[in-house]
Design a protein around this ligand. Structure first.
Ligand code: ATP
Length: 288
């Protein structure tokens, strides 16, 4: 039997860094949601105590370095399971893009194996296992809209944002999250107002949300890759109502109210950027 689990991309609506911690990580405050650009994760039982993983993308490792492999291993180790699983990943989310593709694959494996192996674990329990794999995995386990704190692993679910459509523009570069955090100068950061973002979501006020989106990591990524700033400017000129970089980048997100506007901006950006997507914002959990 083959189980399919969807692994949606995440976008950030705000990213703030509050300070550096003794353990080397940074304390963050991020508002994140999900979109309908998704990897497709297929899980099937294997004889023997083994994990096979394969992804149809040359930038994704097909071995124990794959976050999906790590997720299956963490689950097996925690519950002393000796079952085998084959994981096939159809990658639709661009890699190293700030869209959390690897984390979402890992989360999809946790949710999928919970069903395949009839473990009856709660999303909270899966998220706790996910936190040991990567800071973004707990958010992806829930797959909704959330305020993430700590190093990103402390999740407070909030209602879906008042935005239906987004344009994602990814320049032809991959960005390492670790490099961006290492180069971040935490003094004098242009902090987004997270409270205002949360208010805009609570009030379902699209324009208020768009006025307050922001990402402190742009200070690093745009200085390393000036093209990211150019694409941000193009997205703004093209008429997106809210524009920011997702995660550590380099993907630039444009928020709009209507599909026709998203398509118009998509057509305008395709000449400047290799990978452009029109996506629907999901923002609620459909993981159970
Ligand atoms: P984040 O914003 O969480 O840092 P990202 O979208 O920028 O994520 P990913 O696409 O998750 O980055 O990939 C980051 C790195 O993880 C790449 O070097 C990639 O080779 C590795 N990786 C391991 N497993 C996966 C996977 N299943 N899918 C994508 N990348 C993976």
């Amino acid at each position: 039997m083959v189980f399919f689990e969807s692994a949606p991309a995440k976008i950030t609506l705000s990213v703030d860094v509050l300070g550096k911690r003794d353990d080397g990580y940074h304390d963050v405050e991020m508002v994140m949601t999900t979109v309908d650009l998704a990897d497709r994760v297929a899980l099937s039982s294997l004889n023997g105590d083994r994990i096979d993983v394969s992804a149809d993308n040359q930038y994704v490792p097909n071995d124990e370095r794959n976050l999906a492999f790590k997720a299956a291993l963490a689950l097996k180790n925690k519950y002393h399971l000796t079952r085998g699983v084959r994981i096939d990943i159809e990658k639709n989310i661009p890699v190293s893009a700030g869209l959390g593709g690897g984390s979402s694959d890992a989360a999809a494996v946790l949710r999928g194996l919970n069903k395949l192996w009839k473990l009856n674990l709660s999303l909270e329990e899966l998220a706790e296992i996910g936190a040991g794999i990567g800071s973004d995995v707990p958010f992806c386990v829930y797959g909704s809209t959330a305020l993430a704190k700590g190093r990103g692993e402390i999740i407070e679910e909030i209602p879906p944002p008042p935005v239906k459509w987004a344009i994602l523009a990814k320049p032809n570069i991959g960005v390492s999250t670790r490099v961006v955090f290492n180069q971040l100068e935490i003094e004098n950061l242009p902090h987004p107002n997270t409270t205002k973002i949360l208010d805009a979501i609570a009030e379902q006020d699209f324009y208020k949300l768009c006025n307050h989106v922001g990402n402190v990591l742009e200070t690093v990524t745009t200085s390393l890759f000036p093209n990211v700033q150019r694409i941000k400017e193009k997205m703004t000129q093209a008429g997106a109502n809210g524009v920011l970089m997702s995660g550590s980048g380099p993907t630039i997100v444009g928020l709009v109210e209507h599909q026709y506007k998203a398509i118009r901006i998509y057509n305008g950006l395709r000449g400047f950027c290799d990978e452009v997507y029109v996506v629907r914002v999901i923002g609620h959990s459909n993981t159970c």
